[in-house]
Design a binder for this molecule. Structure first.
Ligand code: F0G
Length: 391
């Protein structure tokens, strides 16, 4: 195992504690000796246990197993959606319902690995900036591990369910006047100036390792097959990369064959990566004042943008943006036709799917998975408002 810069390919020791390349400032990625894993891995053994993050432990850079901090994350349902797929015009549609994680979002998959690494490094305080879910998850795992937790949030812009979680799990919550991008810049400075504080935003390469388990589980739940297309909401743009990497590794060790086309969805008011993909650019222009009802992905300058662009390009995928109106209609359709309640950011994938089917970018016979990243109850106020109920 080693850390590798995705830009200059310089390798660093796996025990390093920095978050970006010390040579060129590029994003870091954890790389594993996949030949070794292939030799060690017995595929049949994988059939013996139900899906869960730690079922795929061989693919995580954890050194001291006694330090593992877990709330039994992962093992979320992959739900076949026949009524919704008929309406949209695809034959086989699944929703990976990440709202079923312990704190109600996919972030728990990353935090179980990230907070375990925090214990391995011997830190006492963990920190993050957040649009809400990251802070809720980090606060819970920090509580479980007995660590102090500091979170910086954009004031008045975080859904109530998420704020309530961070507070009750005992995090020190700092609400700032700026947006998420400014909150992240602030917490990065804090962690650079004070080495005793460990950063657990998605810039942290270890955290993303746990999020690879979304793809391991999808393949597992489809009987070790991969779908044709996977749609993922993009905010700070790490999850789409982690999911791509998971499929890449399963292909490399021979558990599955091929890599699904990764399709990133952003809201119209915060779509720097969609613009870059559509223009065929390698870099992106940040959006200064991001705005959308999907507060989780209300991000104008995604730090992991370069990873998202690689995930989309390397898999032959694409990116699309959707309006708030389309997001709300998709959220309601998923709830009413399938009984699946998700927050707006997650519904963006259903809205994106509709649009891409209309554009014939996604075909009727494609096997499609939409990753529904967060639970409906994260943002109850939005749900009540969009159904037009007066309290
Ligand atoms: N969906 C939900 C529900 C999220 O909370 C987030 C990110 C995303 C999608 C996007 O994932 O950033 O990896 O592209 N939420 C972060 C947070 C930014 O602070 O909770 P991404």
């Amino acid at each position: 195992m080693w850390l590798e810069c995705i830009e200059c390919r310089h390798k660093f020791d796996i025990g390093s504690r920095f978050y970006t390349c010390q040579r060129c400032g590029g994003l870091l990625e954890v790389e594993l000796d996949l030949t070794l894993i292939k030799k060690k891995l017995k595929k049949n053994n994988l059939d013996l246990k139900p899906p869960s993050v730690w079922k795929y432990r061989d693919f995580f850079p954890v050194i001291d197993e006694s330090k593992i901090v877990s709330l039994n994350e992962g093992g979320t349902p992959l739900i076949r959606c026949d009524r919704l797929s008929k309406e949209i015009g695809v034959d086989e549609l699944y929703v990976k319902f990440e709202g079923a994680n312990p704190t109600g979002s996919f972030k728990d998959r990353g935090m179980t690995v990230g907070v375990t690494k925090a214990l391995e490094f011997g830190v006492k305080t963990v920190a993050c900036a957040s649009t809400g879910n990251t802070s809720a998850s980090l606060a819970a795992y920090a509580a479980k591990a007995g660590l102090r937790c500091v979170v910086i949030l954009p004031k008045g812009k975080v859904a109530l369910g998420k704020l309530a979680q961070a507070l009750i799990y005992g995090a020190k919550v700092v609400a700032i006047k700026g947006n998420f991008d400014e909150a992240l810049a602030m917490v990065r400075r804090l962690c650079e100036q004070d080495e005793s504080v460990y950063l657990l935003n998605s810039l942290n390469p270890f955290r993303l390792q746990g999020q690879k388990s979304i793809s391991y589980e999808i393949a597992d739940q489809l009987g070790w097959k991969i779908p044709d297309k996977v749609l993922v909401p993009m905010g700070n743009c790490a999850n789409i990369w982690a999911i791509y990497k998971g499929f890449f590794e399963f292909d490399a060790v021979g558990i599955t064959r091929g890599i699904p086309k990764m399709i990133g969805i952003q809201a119209n008011g915060a779509k720097p990566i969609v613009e870059a993909i559509k223009r065929g650019q390698e870099t992106f222009e940040p959006v200064e004042r991001p705005e959308t009802i999907a507060t989780a992905i209300r991000i104008g300058n995604p730090v992991n943008g370069p990873k998202a662009i690689r995930a989309i390009r390397n898999s032959g995928g694409t990116a699309e943006s959707v309006s708030d109106g389309e997001i709300i209609r998709a959220q309601k359709a998923l709830a009413k036709l399938e009984g699946i309640g998700v927050e707006p950011a997650s519904a963006s994938t259903i809205a994106g799917l509709k649009k891409l089917v209309r554009q014939k970018e996604i075909k009727k016979d494609d096997v499609v998975v939409c990753v529904a990243t967060g639970h409906l109850l994260k943002d109850p106020e939005e749900a009540i408002k969009v159904v037009g109920f007066s309290k």
